[in-house]
Design a protein around this ligand. Structure first.
Ligand SMILES: CC(C)(COP(=O)(O)OP(=O)(O)OC[C@H]1O[C@@H](n2cnc3c(N)ncnc32)[C@H](O)[C@@H]1OP(=O)(O)O)[C@@H](O)C(=O)NCCC(=O)NCCS
Length: 152
């Protein structure tokens, strides 16, 4: 797997990704493709054997409204192509994303914000060494989110 710049073609694709409930809150269908393709927004494409299988996101776009974030850690989020979820790819995908960000941004720590019911994502980040530091309810969707940090 590798991380590459997200092109307009990737953006047009990712803007159609829709997850089965209860993961629907991770749908990207509400965002204009132009935002994904603008590198300053922090979105990158994840390829496997040349196929576009997911995206990673770094910085402000990886934050969830309703939490008082500090700048001590780099926020990261992401997703796999919906039909590729639940097949054990998530940990490798996220590890590649973290390694890429370590080299490019050299953050003191990483932070992720995951809905409390997203057991699948919580298992993946736990396996990668993230520990929960807080919880909050987002006014945007009313879901409870767990904030987790990983220090190298
Ligand atoms: C979150 C995500 C990256 C996880 O990757 P994945 O490849 O789908 O996850 P896996 O298939 O490896 O499953 C991870 C673990 O959760 C378990 N799991 C899978 N589905 C589950 C479910 N519905 N309920 C409980 N556990 C579940 C798996 O058995 C596995 O457990 P294990 O590590 O003990 O074997 C991926 O599902 C995704 O992109 N989801 C949509 C977007 C999203 O949720 N983003 C999170 C924002 S940080």
């Amino acid at each position: 797997m590798q991380i590459v710049e997200l092109t307009r073609e990737h953006a047009d694709d990712v803007a159609t990704w829709s997850y089965l409930e209860p993961q629907g809150c991770y749908d990207l269908t509400g965002m204009h493709p132009r935002r994904f393709a603008d590198l300053s927004q922090g979105f990158w494409a994840l390829l496997h054997e040349g196929r576009f299988i997911g995206y990673r996101c770094y910085g402000a776009q990886a934050r969830v409204p309703g939490y008082d974030y500090d700048d001590d850690a780099l926020d990261t989020a992401g997703g796999l192509r919906p039909e590729l979820t639940g097949q054990g790819l998530g940990q490798a995908a996220m590890a590649v994303g973290l390694e890429f960000a370590r080299e490019r941004f050299a953050p003191a720590a990483f932070r992720v914000t995951v809905t409390e019911f997203n057991v699948r994502a919580l298992k993946v980040v736990d396996a990668l060494g993230f520990v929960p530091i807080d919880k909050f309810e987002s006014p945007d969707d009313g879901h409870t989110y767990v904030v987790l940090v990983c220090r190298d």
